[in-house]
Design a protein around this ligand. Sequence first.
Ligand code: ING
Length: 311
Amino acid sequence: MSSSPRVIRVAAGQLGPIQREESRAEVVQRLVALLEEAADRGVELIVYPELALTTFFPRWYTEDVSGHDHFYETSMPGAETQPLFDAAKAHNIGFALGYAELTPDGERFNTTVLVERDGTTVAKYRKVHIPGHDSNEPWRAFQHLERRYFQESHEGFNVHRAFGGIMGMATCNDRRWPETYREMGLQGVELIAIGYNTPIHYAPDPGQNALQGFHNHLCMQAGAYQNGTWVIGVAKCGTEEGVEMLAESAIIAPSGEIVAQAVTTGDELVVADCDLDWCADYKNTLFDFDTYRRPEIYHRTGSQKGVVHPD
Ligand code: ING
């Protein structure tokens, strides 16, 4: 007889656009409003998007990187984000929040913090896969200068015991790389929180624009299924400073099925009960890694960076 299922009620706290002039106080009010709606619905964990406190500032080039310093947080919580931490603790709700981190040493990371229901910080994750470009490319309708404003983290993908299970984090472009999920799958991850800011228009290959929604769900559903984990994908979306950003936040089961998804391009709460014990149905059968994986054969995937073509 199995013990009682480990069910956690989770919400994707999707955000509509944050315009450049919107203050952090105004944004925090939006985050708290979503959290209070989540509390009314018995939610225990709410996942917010990547860079959830400001507009997606890497769309603009500045000659000096410090020109965007005001979009970064130098402490988390800070004075302007403390109300969110206070509201979450008062409602006994945990959350994952994406933000731009500027460290005392001047390092810049695209960071997510995971906070438990009692208000304690579980962990911080710093984005590993940094997309886009690092120099001014004025030919683009808008830029994607993440490689100018964020460093690639060397801290990797770690998991954390919290919310009654094994939790992981990833950010936006990370979700497109299978290594992201497998690194955490090999640690037994049961729920991965992934915030994203994804422009619909992809300047290097506009043919992909029409497929952004398909690609978004494709990679998260595959990652969930192939590693027997829940995936909570959460957008900051809508038209942000003239740029259309993908919505379609989704809660995805270890089966790979989408169990709930957003239907607007604004602030929207998407809620589902996530049975963490469902993960075992895949981890202990099809994807029993210890039985079926062949790391002695996988010479390339962990060591080789780019493609090496045959002679
Ligand atoms: N954004 C995008 C993402 O990976 C991107 C970058 C946009 C890639 C469109 C491909 C197509 O979803 C972030 N922030 O990583």
